[in-house]
Design a protein around this ligand. Structure first.
Ligand SMILES: Nc1nc2c(ncn2[C@@H]2O[C@H](COP(=O)(O)OP(=O)(O)OP(=O)(O)O)[C@@H](O)[C@H]2O)c(=O)[nH]1
Ligand SMILES: C=C(OP(=O)(O)O)C(=O)O
Length: 212
């Protein structure tokens, strides 16, 4: 089974406000873009992924992520994360009605294609499935098999809300890179310990040089 991924991305200047203690307003947008680039590049390198649609209104991110091979879908609803994801999933299904669809966060800079493949293979057994984040409170990935709506419920406590919605929680080991989203400085340190992609590594090195 080959999946279409829907990846939501806020305008860079507004994204990742919780990272402000680790990265000032002047440098955070570049770091957020690097996370998204490494996430999209790793997703496109996964054999279980047919294509990637990024839902964003950010012009610079749109250009950079299109250059990597993603399709860009404007955030037409402009009504927050779940509306953006539902819109992206609809846009995908309008083109490919039989496509299995997965929502994936754009803040997974350590994402490894093999681990993403393992998660998607496990998810293929269920109508809807999800993977909890490293903090075990949120969600990094939600899937919908052909014929099933995504029904995203991301945001605070989304692990419990996705479970309550009937999606099956994937209890997999050794998929840390798919769980490690980056909201805070501590999350960024955890992602660096797992090993981040090349754009994030460069962006973090620039951050450290500025601090000296
Ligand atoms: N297109 C779109 N993406 C969104 C929106 N809100 C959040 N996202 C994306 O959804 C994913 C998960 O969101 P969060 O982890 O809460 O990220 P965030 O909102 O940038 O972080 P904070 O500002 O710290 O709350 C990230 O990839 C965000 O860029 C939205 O309104 N539209
Ligand atoms: C949007 C979510 O992530 P975060 O905790 O990164 O805001 C979520 O877990 O549903």
């Amino acid at each position: 089974m080959q999946w279409t991924l829907v990846i939501p991305l806020k305008p860079l200047a507004l994204a990742k406000s919780r990272l402000s203690e680790a990265a000032a307003d002047t440098v955070r947008p570049a770091l957020v873009l690097a996370f998204a680039q490494d996430t999209v590049a790793a997703a496109l390198a996964c054999p279980a992924v047919a294509d990637v649609a990024v839902v964003t209104d950010d012009a610079e991110a749109g250009r950079e992520l299109r250059a990597l091979g993603a399709r860009i879908v404007p955030d037409a609803p402009g009504a927050g994360l779940n509306a953006a994801l539902a819109h992206g999933a609809q846009a995908v299904r309008a083109l490919r009605p039989e496509s299995p669809v997965a929502a994936l966060n754009a803040d997974l800079p350590a994402l490894r294609p093999t681990e993403l493949g393992r998660v998607l293979t496990a998810a293929a057994e269920f109508p809807r499935a999800f993977l909890a984040d490293a903090a075990a409170v949120g969600t990094t990935l939600l899937t919908a098999a052909p014929g099933h709506a995504l029904r995203p419920a991301f945001g605070p406590d989304s692990r419990a809300r996705h479970r309550a919605s009937g999606a099956v929680e994937l209890g997999l080991d050794a998929v840390d890179s798919v769980r490690q989203d980056v909201d805070t400085g501590d999350d960024l340190r955890a992602a660096l310990a797992l090993g981040v992609g090349p754009r994030t590594a460069t962006a973090v090195a620039r951050l450290l040089i500025r601090e000296e």
